[in-house]
Write a protein that binds this ligand. Structure first.
Ligand code: FAQ
Length: 321
């Protein structure tokens, strides 16, 4: 770092500590830019890949009403990816580069989207648990230090909150239904509970990026803090529905006022995020197919933009004569 940069870096940290927002045109340390790019790209890819597990249920939704809700939800996730890819462009990472990182496996996306949605109850679990976890994680991110990221989060969280409610409502309908439907809900909960608890990332002592990201206000709370918050708010909801948490070690600690859970299988988490989960290959293949079959749209849009720019230059030339 040059001497000038040291001065800049100090001033930059002071701005963050004061709660100022950093905007795209502002000076920022290269390592801040890269840390943001990594987290925001992972976030954008999660929204984009996250459409796939539920998406396959759109044609099989049990009623028109449920189909409309699911269609709207999946479209919302596509919109979230759009906001985040745009916010990433403001950091100098183009869409082509971002997709390239996703398709080559260089960039990660959330572990949870590498599990299959096997029954209709899974659609409810994804909305209730995964979107529930996303809200716990993302509401604080709406106070993140990078302006475009924080502003994108405001809108995203409002929509995620609708997703969370529709997931809860779907599961509630099932548990109020026939014994088979209730069993379907419990079976789905058994499969989704642990992967959702893992969504918050590795335990604090193994989290590589947390300390620096928190110092820079890129994330506001540690992985374990948010995981605990999610558990404390979700376990009572599970009990309210008459379902049980698939964890024989779960207990409520009267002294701390928090739930304690059994051991998380971090080997499974590592396997999944390294690309060896049940659906990793299918997810990336689906996204590669979408990228390749959309090539003609990108070419047409670029050609149109080029023609528009040429027309504008021509008109300006005529006015100057
Ligand atoms: N999955 O040092 P840390 C949604 C990686 S989408 C996969 O603790 P950090 C929409 C991490 O990247 C919601 N990988 O990392 C939807 C790093 O690897 P790297 C998306 C994970 O960044 C809902 C390594 O492990 N939200 O809801 C995971 O400080 C329903 C070490 O980890 C966000 O992305 C994981 N779960 O903390 C759609 C929130 N956790 O990069 C459809 C923004 C960690 O060095 C249906 N992101 N890793 O190779 C964050 O808050 C943070 O990035 C964390 C991870 C908390 C995810």
């Amino acid at each position: 770092m040059r001497r000038d940069d040291n001065g800049h870096a100090l001033e930059f940290q002071q701005r963050i500590d004061r709660g100022d927002k950093i905007e795209p045109q502002d000076w920022m340390p290269e390592s801040y830019r890269q840390a943001l790019q990594r987290q925001m790209a992972q976030h954008a890819h999660s929204e984009y890949v996250g459409m796939l597990p539920e998406g396959r249920w759109i044609t099989r939704a049990p009623s028109l009403h449920r189909k409309c809700i699911l269609l709207a939800k999946v479209q919302d996730e596509a919109g979230h990816a759009q906001y985040l890819y745009s916010a990433l462009e403001s950091l100098g990472l183009s869409r082509e580069q971002a997709y390239g990182q996703l398709l080559s496996g260089q960039a990660k996306y959330l572990n949870i989207f590498n599990y299959p949605a096997l029954s209709w109850a899974d659609v409810g679990m994804i909305g209730w648990l995964t979107d529930g976890a996303a809200i716990v994680n993302q509401v604080p991110l709406s106070r993140s230090s990078y302006g475009p990221y924080a502003r994108a989060m405001l809108r995203i969280c409002q929509e995620e909150s609708f997703h969370h409610r529709q997931g809860f409502d779907l599961v509630r309908k099932l548990v109020e239904g026939s014994p088979d439907q209730r069993e379907m809900a419990q079976e789905a909960l058994n499969r989704w509970w642990w992967p959702t608890v893992m969504v918050f990332g590795p335990p604090d002592e193994d989290s590589v990026h947390s300390q620096r990201s928190m110092r820079w206000g890129i994330k506001l709370y540690s992985n374990d803090t948010l995981r605990q918050k999610f558990i404390d708010q979700t376990v009572p909801q599970i009990h309210h529905l008459g379902l049980s948490v698939p964890d024989e070690h779960l207990r409520f600690n009267q002294e701390t006022g928090h739930y304690e859970i059994g051991l998380i299988d971090w080997d499974e988490f590592q396997r999944v995020i390294q690309g060896n989960g049940q659906c990793n290959r299918d997810r990336i293949a689906a996204r590669r197919h979408a990228w390749e079959s959309g090539a003609w749209v990108r070419e047409a849009a670029a050609c149109y933009a080029h023609k528009q720019a040429a027309r504008l230059t021509e008109r300006q030339g005529e006015q100057n004569v």
